[in-house]
Design a protein around this ligand. Sequence first.
Ligand code: C5P
Length: 222
Amino acid sequence: MVVALDVATLDEARELAAALAGEVGWLKVGLELFTAYGPDAVRAVADHAPVFLDLKLHDIPTTVERAAARVADLGVGLLTVHASGGPVMVEAAVRGLGDGGEVLAVTVLTSMRDEDLAATGQPAAATQVPALARLAVEAGAPGLVCAPPDLVAVREAVGPSIRLVTPGVRPAGASADDQARVATPSGAVADGADLLVIGRPITRADDPVAAARAIAAELAGS
Ligand code: C5P
């Protein structure tokens, strides 16, 4: 399990990281913390568990390669880029990160419904996600991020050796927040997820440790 540390301050991130390190395998630093604190956000939590740096890079290949090389210096385990940046950009990210971590290519965001995709001139998720997944894997990405409803098609498209990571995970009865395409933790694992990203259901809970334990218990029982 990955906990998304989407909080405003380093103190909150440190506190959550310290509390949750024994409960989750990964700590995800995303745009909120990284925009505010840069590499210090990674350093603040890295002593507690491996860091997943969710920057969702999407730029010209040279820029992405150079940014990924700087991420390699930080010692994170996972770095996200957008698969829609194209094969040359994904290859550049993999080259830039080198041995400094694993590139995860994001297919279509979990917040995007087909009507949102249509509004941006894009095909439906069912059409574009397997194509983006194949493209990213052929470009060298060892892992992918996709929404729960896309897991089965993505697994079929890329085979068993690719790490599939899914956000949009909500325990039964929890609020979906702004996520549109969601599943329960055990549903996502049953559909082939290797790693679940869970943010607000844990970090906004009255007792984040208890919330993480309840999710782990659901998974153990599934
Ligand atoms: O709070 P919640 O569980 O919705 O958090 C999900 C996390 O996963 C957020 O940090 C979000 O940025 C990230 N994410 C996502 N959809 C993707 C990739 C990453 O929701 N496709």
